[in-house]
Design a protein. Structure first.
Length: 88
């Protein structure tokens, strides 16, 4: 299967957005969260209806959805800690 100009542009935008997101997650939360977030980002992108006029702003929406999953995961993990750790 050949990738047209439109397809190549979509891949370029997606790769740039994905890379920036995963790099930021790795820096802020470590490699484990980066790996989980990569799966989240790819999952979200798979269910997103990508149209010929998909823009970098639309790819940002994929990142925002993946970031929301990360926030939920981190929030759920923080609720597992005893209260004393939160106030210490």
């Amino acid at each position: 299967m050949r990738c047209s100009g439109w397809c190549k542009e979509q891949m370029r935008m997606a790769e740039r957005e994905f890379s920036a997101f995963i790099s930021a997650v790795r820096e802020l939360f470590g490699p484990e969260q980066a790996q989980l977030s990569a799966v989240d980002w790819l999952d979200v992108s798979e269910v997103t209806d990508i149209q010929p006029r998909f823009t970098s702003r639309d790819w940002r929406a994929v990142t925002i959805a993946a970031a929301a999953r990360l926030a939920n995961r981190l929030n759920a993990g923080s609720q597992d800690r005893p209260f004393a750790e939160d106030v210490a």
